[in-house]
Every structure is written in structure tokens, then in C-alpha cells.
Ligand binder design. Structure first.
Ligand code: C2E
Ligand code: CA
Ligand code: CA
Length: 630
């Protein structure tokens, strides 16, 4: 409507000019005719021609103006025209709607007031005012940019000078609302750079942020830390419960971690159960250690997920800039190497990188790779260690202990490879092989060699114990090897037993039904509740060798050992002391009323062949300390 008014004004002015001109010419013509009557006819014809031509021009002009008006109002862009004096020379309705400018205000033609109102809506009003001022000073400049509104809208802005016959007479502004496109683009970028499950930055964004943080640290001479965090035994939870529960844990973990961090820190999901952190602007390692303590503390409360109360702990490896690495790749690699160390040393802790680490961690990687082929390459062997009754001197049981002789690296202790096998899931085929080998060996001793019948004890790892088909597997192995279930004992640690007591009770009862005995290994190191202990169908407690080691020097250890022995007697369970190395320990244990023992004092774990020799010997003469195999 306003555009129409302005165009009508222009049109009227033009006609006024045309008509004044025509009038003057008519007056001139009459004066001339007065003087010269002969040419009247000729001039009248010319006049008619000219009037017709002007009518045609007028129609053309009206047509063109109406076209322009229709175009202006039908465009999706908001348009404003300001003349070189700073007055509003034109606008369309879309402009008013987009900028939420009242009709009365624009009708006043007060450009300053309109500008002031419009600027209030913008994110950066000052910067925009400066841009507009500059454009008014430099009339021939053309710009194309984007402006952001406080309410989240984004407009594309285009401005160019308005020229008439080469002369600049004002400036045309056009605005296009691109909020939807920007939002879609932002969403696409967000998805490309974030993890869908936790909404944390992903690897790509992490690398981007780390590069920026490093450039900043380099400039300001500050330090930063890169921390690699991995959830302990997450794979077990994921496999035994469900992936849906695993997903919820990861989301919960992301929340707990975020709460431990400062705004300037970056937490990203690296993949699986691995998270990675950038802690910029740190003063020293101590400050980083405090943050790690906060993280460890945040994992202390149980995770309540779908009726499960889950204990989850993290292991964290840390590399500091600049001392442990100067670039993204090195820092990530070194934080990862430090993480490997935490994993191999018992988890639930953090570790700073140091130069000695790298060889160790690459060894772990080599081990992990070799472990995959160890079974088929027949690098495993089962060793056997006897348990003895020191009162009668008899061997009462034999514990099967796995040995790995790596073709290149030689003997690798179980403490090193069992956690790796557990983590990778390889413990399942390996554990099954141990069970089969030990049962077959026991059957061979009994039937083929005619040695006295003894139980063979086989260790079960957490993952094996949680396998839903464990009982089936054991049944099958017993049937293949033809070993009487009475001569098989399974050892599970206290912590495995306590993980999910209902599940433990169910599995143990099924194993008990088969006729198998169960012992609780490393007793005293976990937190076994006595009431559960009473309800589990178990036969034996094995006192952890850490208590036996310091029995004579440490009153606490002596007290714990005494209590375990009393507890076992009270519950009518057998009790075995592990790791007995000295006469003194043996004598003390005997005084404490523990008669079953296992340890180097009696025998180290031996190959099957050496064990056969030992069993033959013990058949003829009772075991005593004289057959100490050093
Ligand atoms: P464990 O079940 O507690 O086994 C007893 C460990 O104590 C064995 O270590 C044995 O060699 C060692 N030992 C026995 N007597 C003495 C002693 O007098 N002094 C000292 N210092 N140590 C003694 P090993 O064979 O190195 O096994 C370590 C752990 O690896 C085992 O601890 C067990 O948890 C695990 N392991 C071994 N074989 C298997 C297996 O086939 N399956 C599973 N899941 N775990 C296994
Ligand atoms: Ca054991
Ligand atoms: Ca043990």
C-alpha cells in the first residue's frame, strides 16, 4: 500500500512535468499562430501526434510501475529503500513483518526510529549499527552477509546502492529469512561432530578442539592434559545384561563425567566404552590428579539401571602437554599407553604417562594379538599344584593352573594374560580348554595310571561364570572326559560370587546338583557377606595368600586368618591356606587349626608329567616338606 502511494506520487509528478511542458508548448503555439496563420493545420496535426505518443508513454509507465509494485510485494524478501538523505523511500510489507515494525512508525518515514527499533532485536546491535554507518558513508559499497537475532532467527542481508542515470540516489536493503536453512545446516554439522547416544563431541570434533587447544597453549605458554578413560569390564556388562543397559550406562557415565569438569574442558566419546578429555589451562600435574580423584569419586555411587545396581569404575591414562607430547597424535597415543598400564595393574585408577611406559604397552598389544592364536598354536599348558593335608601328609586335591609359553616371548605369567583374555573374551575358549584338559588329565591319572582318586580344581573367571551356558558346558566336558563330577572342583573368587548374588546362587545350585564342589578363591580380599556365604552351596574357602605372607609380622593378617578359619569351621566348610612358603607359616597355620595348605613349601605348580611323578611318589610315601620342588 505504501509502495503504491509512493509510486502514485512519482507518477503524478512526472505527469505534472509532462503536462506543464505541454501547456507551455500550446501557449507558445498559439502565440506563434497569431503571428503566422498559414501553418496552423500543419501544427495541429503534429500536436495530435505528440499527445498520442504521450498517452502511449503514460500507459507504458503505468504498466511498468504496476509490474514493479507487484514484484516488490510478491517477493519473499523484505525490502527497504533509503534515499541519500536518510529518508525511507520505499519498503514492502514483508519488510515490516520480518522486522516487526509497526505501520505507523514506517508511515512517519523516520528512518532513525525504524533503525533503532530494528537494532534492538539483533544479537550484535553495535556491530550492525557500525556496518550501516559505514555503508551510508561509502554509498557505492555493496554487502552480502548474515545477521543473527536474539530470538534465534538468522537473516541474509544484501545491500546495494540505488542509481539513477549513474548517480547514486539511495540504498536498497533486502533481507531473507534463512533460519530454517541455518538450523538444518547446524543440525547436520552437530550430527557429524557428535555421538548420537551421549550427544558428546565425537572423535572428529575432539581432534579439532585438541588442535585449537594446543595452538592456544602454545601461544600462551600454558599446559594442558589429555585423558583417555575406559570403563572397567564394561564388555562383560554389555554381553551379560544387554546392549540397551550398556547404552544407558554410557549415557549415565557421560552425565557423571560432565559434572566433574569445568566449562572450558572437553569431554568426547572416543567409541565403545572409551571417553577422552581435554583439560586446558592447567597449572600442574597435581591439579590434573585432583580432577581424576573427582572422577573416580563420581563413579563410587552405584548405577541404578532397570532394577540392576551396577558398580562401574573407570581407568584413566593421562598425557600432559608439553612434557609428554607436543601434537594431538602423540598426546592421544601416550594417554592411551598410560591407560593400558592402569588396566594391567588392577584398574579403577589413573596413571600419568612416563617414558618407560611405551615399551610396556606395546608389549601388551603384542600379547593381545598373540593371545588370539595361542590356542591353535598350542602354546598353552596346564600345570598342577597340590593341596596337602599337613596332619595326614596326603595330597587332597590338585589345582590346575594355566601356563602360556609364547613362541617368541617365552613364559608369560597368568597375571599378565588372564586379564587380557578376560577383556577380549578369549577367556571363554581358553577356559573351556583348561577345563577339558584338567578333567581329561585327572581321568588319565585315575584310570590309566591307577593313581588314588583326587579332585582337580579349575579356576573360573568372571566372564566364564556369567556365561548362561556354563552348566551345559561343564556337563558336556564331564561327559566327554568321563570324569566323575565328584572329582571336579570349580574355584570362583569372592568378588565374582558377590557380583549378582541371586545369579550366583542359581548357578552354584545347578553345579552342586551335578555333584561338583565349589570353593571360594582369594577369600578375604573381597567383601563377601556372611549371610550369602551361608546360602551358597559351597565346600571350601581358600585364604588369600596375601594374608598368609605376613602372618607372622602382621597382627591384622593373623586376626583375619584366624577369623576366616573360625568362620569356615562354623559353616562346616573346608579351609585351605594358599601361598604357604615357609615352615613358620605352616606351623602358625597349624596352630590356628588350618590343616589344608597349598604353596611352594610343598610344591610349585608342575607340568602334568612332573605331577604324575609327584602323585606316584605320594602313593608310596606320604607327602612331607622333603619334596619341595624349588
Ligand atoms: P590363584 O587361583 O590364586 O592361583 C594361585 C596362584 O598362587 C598361582 O599363581 C600359584 O602359582 C601361586 N602360588 C602357589 N603357591 C605359592 C606360593 O607359595 N608363593 C607364591 N608367591 N605364589 C604361590 P599363577 O599360577 O601365576 O596364577 C595366578 C592367577 O591366575 C591364579 O590365582 C588365577 O587367578 C589365575 N589363573 C591361573 N590359571 C587360570 C585358569 O586356568 N583360568 C582362570 N580363569 N584363571 C587362572
Ligand atoms: Ca585358584
Ligand atoms: Ca587364590
Amino acid at each position: 500500500m505504501h509502495t503504491a502511494r509512493i509510486f502514485t506520487q512519482i507518477k503524478n509528478t512526472l505527469f505534472t512535468i509532462f503536462e506543464t511542458n505541454l501547456l507551455l508548448r500550446i501557449v507558445g503555439l498559439f502565440t506563434y499562430l497569431k503571428a503566422n496563420n498559414n501553418v496552423v493545420r500543419e501544427h495541429t496535426a503534429e500536436l495530435h501526434k505528440e499527445i498520442a505518443e504521450r498517452k502511449r508513454i503514460q500507459t507504458e509507465l503505468e504498466k511498468s510501475l504496476s509490474l514493479q509494485f507487484a514484484t516488490l510485494e510478491s517477493t519473499a524478501d523484505g525490502i527497504l529503500v533509503v534515499d541519500s538523505q536518510g529518508n525511507i523511500a520505499g519498503f514492502n510489507q514483508k519488510f515490516l513483518q520480518m522486522w516487526r515494525i509497526p505501520e505507523q512508525l514506517i508511515a512517519s518515514g523516520n528512518y532513525r526510529k525504524v533503525l533503532r527499533l530494528a537494532m534492538k532485536e539483533l544479537e550484535a546491535p553495535r556491530q550492525n549499527v557500525a556496518t550501516i554507518r559505514e555503508l551510508h558513508l561509502n554509498l557505492d559499497i555493496q554487502i552480502y552477509d548474515a545477521i543473527a537475532f536474539k530470538d534465534g532467527r538468522v537473516f541474509e542481508r544484501y545491500s546495494q546502492p540505488q542509481r539513477i542515470g549513474g548517480k547514486i540516489v539511495g540504498r536498497v536493503w533486502s533481507f531473507r529469512d534463512v533460519t530454517v536453512h541455518k538450523l538444518a545446516a547446524a543440525k547436520i554439522r552437530h550430527q557429524a561432530l557428535h555421538d548420537l547416544l551421549t550427544n558428546l563431541p565425537n572423535r572428529v570434533l575432539f581432534n579439532e578442539r585438541l588442535s585449537q587447544a594446543l595452538a592456544q597453549a602454545q601461544k600462551s605458554g600454558s599446559k594442558l592434559a589429555v585423558c583417555f578413560l575406559d570403563l572397567d569390564r564394561f564388555k562383560t556388562i554389555n554381553d551379560t545384561l544387554s546392549h540397551a543397559i550398556g547404552d544407558q550406562i554410557l549415557q549415565n557415565v557421560a552425565q557423571r563425567l560432565t559434572q566433574c569438569l569445568r566449562n572450558s574442558d572437553t569431554l568426547a566419546r572416543w567409541g565403545g566404552d572409551e571417553f577422552i578429555l581435554i583439560l586446558p589451562e592447567i597449572n600442574d600435574a597435581e591439579e590434573v590428579a585432583q580432577i581424576q580423584e573427582r572422577i573416580l569419586a563420581a563413579f563410587k555411587p552405584v548405577f541404578n539401571i532397570e532394577n540392576y545396581q551396577l558398580h562401574i569404575s573407570p581407568s584413566i591414562g593421562i598425557a600432559l602437554y608439553p612434557i609428554h607430547g607436543q601434537d594431538t597424535e602423540t598426546l592421544i597415543k601416550h594417554a592411551d599407553a598410560a591407560l593400558y598400564i592402569v588396566k594391567s595393574q588392577g584398574r579403577n585408577h589413573y596413571q600419568f604417562y612416563h617414558s618407560a611406559i611405551n615399551s610396556g604397552s606395546s608389549e601388551l598389544l603384542i600379547l593381545e594379538n598373540s593371545l588370539h592364536h595361542a590356542l591353535e598354536r598350542q602354546e598353552f599348558e596346564v600345570y598342577y599344584q597340590p593341596q596337602v593335608n599337613i596332619t595326614t601328609g596326603e595330597i587332597t586335591k590338585i589345582e590346575a593352573l594355566l601356563r602360556w609359553r609364547h613362541l617368541q616371548l617365552g613364559f608369560i605369567p597368568p597375571e599378565k594374560f588372564i586379564p587380557l583374555a578376560e577383556e577380549t573374551g578369549l577367556i571363554l575358549p581358553i577356559g573351556e580348554w583348561v577345563l577339558k584338559t584338567a578333567c581329561a588329565q585327572n581321568k588319565y591319572w585315575q584310570d590309566t595310571l591307577g593313581l588314588p582318586s583326587l579332585s582337580v580344581a579349575v579356576n573360573l573367571s568372571a566372564r566364564q561364570f556369567q556365561q548362561p551356558n556354563l552348566v551345559n558346558t561343564v556337563t558336556q566336558i564331564l561327559s566327554i572326559t568321563q570324569l566323575d563330577p565328584r572329582f571336579l572342583e570349580l574355584e570362583i573368587t569372592e568378588s565374582i560370587a558377590m557380583k549378582d548374588v541371586e545369579f550366583t546362587k542359581k548357578v552354584l545350585s545347578e553345579l552342586y546338583e551335578l555333584g561338583i564342589s565349589i570353593s571360594i578363591d582369594d577369600f578375604g580380599t573381597g567383601y563377601c557377606s556372611l549371610s550369602y556365604l551361608k546360602n551358597f552351596p559351597i565346600h571350601c574357602l581358600k585364604i588369600d595368600r596375601s594374608f598368609v605372607r605376613d602372618l607372622s609380622n602382621d597382627n591384622h593378617d593373623a586376626a583375619i586368618t584366624t577369623a576366616i578359619i573360625a568362620l569356615a569351621h562354623g559353616l562346616k566348610l573346608a579351609v585351605v591356606a594358599e601361598g604357604v612358603e615357609t615352615e613358620e607359616q605352616r606351623n602358625l597355620l597349624r596352630v590356628l587349626d588350618c590343616e589344608l595348605m597349598q604353596g611352594y613349601l610343598f610344591s610349585r605348580p608342575l607340568s602334568a608329567e612332573d605331577t604324575t611323578g609327584l602323585l606316584r611318589e605320594s602313593k608310596s610315601c606320604r607327602v612331607n616338606t622333603s619334596f619341595l620342588f624349588a
